[in-house]
Design a protein around this ligand. Structure first.
Ligand SMILES: N[C@@H](CCC(=O)N[C@@H](CS)C(=O)NCC(=O)O)C(=O)O
Length: 221
């Protein structure tokens, strides 16, 4: 049987605790039950140098990348969509045109709005000399994306009402909030959603995300 190769930065030994974007691919691969093998990369040695051999596979030098029998694909959102489309019985991406568009809307939102807001806050906080005003404004911008997510989760267990690649794309990143010292109690729908995700065996196969969840265990409950 064909094995999918996943280029990933694993949690153990990585200064940043592993690739959360890579975890999205791990979770989806676990969900669909397809055989895969992890090709573990070292962030500093294999990803960062612009002349590293991995750049031939992914010119961005980031993870994840998959190799499905010679078909190379990078960008976590595109990988989630590909894996779900290749395995329609997983139900992770509906076939109905409009339902599908809604799921993809949230996957795109993660890449274009949510993750950048989180990263801007992270970089402001971890700057060698953090600028108070920048920390405050980037924090406010990220909290506003959390507000959008919390509202979307009101009255439903998952972002689109049912478990989909939108939950994988956004959930794998959301728990980083705990490492940034954020109090998510004003966003109770997010906390109960994270509690549901944390229980899934597919998520438990992604140690980087599990460790972020662990950092928030007092809040998640
Ligand atoms: N937009 C990309 C972002 C991928 C990304 O930034 N991956 C990080 C880990 S989560 C990475 O590999 N960083 C390499 C580095 O820090 O040098 C995606 O969603 O796949």
């Amino acid at each position: 049987m064909n094995m999918i190769k996943l280029y990933h930065i694993e949690a153990e030994g990585d200064p940043f605790g592993g690739s959360r974007n890579g975890c999205k691919a791990v979770i989806a691969l676990e969900e669909i039950g397809v055989g895969y093998e992890i090709n573990a990369l070292d962030r500093m040695a294999d990803c960062r140098p612009t002349d590293a051999p991995y750049r031939q596979i992914n010119p961005n030098g980031v993870t994840p990348t998959i190799d499905d029998n010679g078909f190379i694909l990078w960008e976590s959102g595109a990988i989630l969509q590909y894996l779900a489309d290749a395995n329609p019985s997983s139900g992770l991406l509906p076939t109905d045109l409009k339902e599908r568009a809604k799921v993809l809307q949230w996957v795109a939102w993660e890449g274009a709005s949510f993750a950048p807001a989180l990263l801007n806050f992270f970089f402001a906080m971890t700057a060698p000399e953090p600028d108070e005003a920048t920390v405050a404004s980037t924090k406010e911008a990220f909290l506003s994306t959390l507000g959008i997510l919390n509202k979307q989760l009101a009255g439903q267990d998952y972002i689109c009402g049912y478990y989909s690649i939108a939950d994988i794309a956004i959930g794998a990143i959301t728990s980083l909030s705990f490492l940034l010292g954020l109090d998510l109690s004003p966003y109770p729908n997010i906390l109960s959603w994270l509690a549901r995700l944390r229980e899934k065996p597919s998520w438990q196969a992604a140690p980087a995300v599990m460790s972020d969840m662990e950092a928030g265990k007092e809040q998640i409950g």
